[in-house]
Design a protein around this ligand. Structure first.
Ligand code: SAH
Ligand code: SF4
Length: 419
């Protein structure tokens, strides 16, 4: 979501005739887009704000704008704490960014917003574009700060999303990644209650759009109709992000996740039944308050059983204002969290090694995203990163690649033929 918002801000500034500075020191304007989901992310924000304070002393004309989840509702308090910052705006609050630009006397500020609001002209630097479809979250999982900083769920009208995607496709975008903290909630607040399956069906009809993905799903809310739509719609990729967070029922309850391990297991079976080639990612938090060795073992063995393609693991970090932050002591020592974190990373590296090695010798369709260190790269429909060599720029093309080498993190191969 932050990436999506940063790209939009960059596109807006581009329209105001700003150019990317070669380095932070040479910039006239810095927009800091922040994350505070864990303390380590917040510490990075604080460090960067310190660095910017120093820079502003050297260049008093430097403008510093701060957005993202660091910006809570007490903006006056933030202004007092960080006088080096010229302007704070909440995540996604682009009209406020326009107000700032207008105050700077930037004559194109309003036009920039109008073009932005019409949603047909933000420029995607990549053939794969992020498109937020629902903001905020109503779930209040006990550990999570997101609902406090991003507010309640607000869906974008279906036609607005379709219009934006059509605009992006005209620019050459081939894949869209629909975003929401909980995409399964999409539409419940809109007239007529369209859902994600309805949106996917509409987007699937857009000519020249090759692929559709979405994230993140919630195990409690993902519907049978969505699974069936995924299986049926040809542009919807075989890839799901379905965070489980823990493999222990008591911990899941304390996390307020609203499902049991058995319900999650059944869900995965249903998904694999309808979409046998599905690639699955999940998120895990280790060291939630009170997590015993045995409870951690439940998570570990569940991962062994499920064999996810990707596991994002995080050590629990108490967040101010959250239910867990208020109710529970952070009892699991840092070294135990680290040990559990490492165990899961190691297990997952082994699983991913095995799963990815099954790709060797197969020819996969790759949507090329760009060049990195002399090689082209892109992703398979199952979201595997693939590197290959090619003389010509093939960004935005669907290329057939024969996979030769695999690792837990990426695949490498040779070009077959393009389509
Ligand atoms: N909406 C998604 C996740 C959003 S937050 C979901 O329901 O899962 C992204 C990830 O950050 C979460 O999946 C979780 O694993 C991690 N996370 C959130 N709060 C955290 C905390 N307090 N400590 C550690 N990890 C956290
Ligand atoms: Fe946070 Fe839970 Fe909402 Fe995900 S579903 S954003 S973890 S509160």
């Amino acid at each position: 979501m932050n990436k999506a918002e940063s790209l939009r801000i960059a596109s807006y500034l581009d329209f105001l005739s700003y150019q990317v500075a070669p380095s932070l020191r040479e910039a006239d304007l810095v927009v800091l887009n922040t994350c505070v989901v864990r303390q380590s992310a917040e510490d990075k924000v604080l460090g960067t704000l310190g660095l910017l304070k120093g820079l502003k002393k050297e260049h008093p004309n430097l403008s510093i704008l701060v957005t993202g989840c660091f910006v809570d509702s007490n903006i006056a308090g933030l202004k007092r704490r960080f006088p080096q910052v010229d302007f704070f705006f909440k995540p996604g609050a682009y009209p406020e960014l326009t107000n700032w630009a207008q105050k700077q006397g930037i004559s194109t500020a309003e036009q920039g917003l109008l073009r932005y609001a019409r949603n047909d002209t933000w420029k995607s630097p990549s053939p794969c574009a992020f498109v937020p479809v629902i903001q905020g979250c109503n779930k209040f999982c006990s550990y999570c700060i997101v609902p406090y900083r991003r507010g309640r769920e607000v869906s974008r009208p279906l036609e607005e999303v379709v219009c934006e995607v059509k605009g992006l496709v005209k620019q050459g975008v081939r894949e869209v990644i629909l975003l929401g903290q909980n995409v399964d909630s999409y539409g419940h607040d809109l007239p007529g209650n369209p859902d994600l399956a309805d949106l996917l069906t509409k987007l699937n009809n857009i000519n020249d759009l090759a692929r559709i993905r979405f994230l993140t799903n919630h195990p409690r809310d993902i519907s049978q109709s969505l699974i069936e739509a995924m299986a049926f719609l040809d542009k919807v990729c075989e890839h799901l992000e379905l965070p489980i967070q823990s493999g222990d029922d008591d911990i899941l309850k304390a996390m307020r996740r609203g499902y049991t391990v058995e319900q999650y297991r059944k869900l995965i079976h249903a998904i694999r039944y309808h979409i046998p080639q599905i690639s699955l990612s999940t998120d895990i938090i280790v060291g939630f308050p009170g997590e015993t060795e045995e409870q951690f073992e439940h998570t570990y063995s569940l991962l062994e059983e499920m064999r996810f393609d990707v596991v994002h693991v995080a050590a629990y970090s108490p967040r101010p204002g959250t239910i867990a932050g208020r109710k529970y002591e952070d009892t699991v020592p840092p070294e135990v969290k680290r040990e559990r974190f490492n165990k899961i990373e190691q297990l997952q590296a082994n699983i991913a090694t095995e799963l990815n090695s099954a790709y060797r010798g197969k020819t996969m369709e790759v949507l090329v995203e760009g060049e990195r260190k002399g090689k082209w790269y892109g992703r398979t429909r199952s979201d595997k990163l693939v590197f290959f060599e090619n003389k010509d720029d093939c960004t935005g093309q669907l290329v057939k690649i024969r996979i030769e080498k695999t690792s837990p993190w990426a695949l490498q191969g040779k070009v077959g033929y393009n389509s």
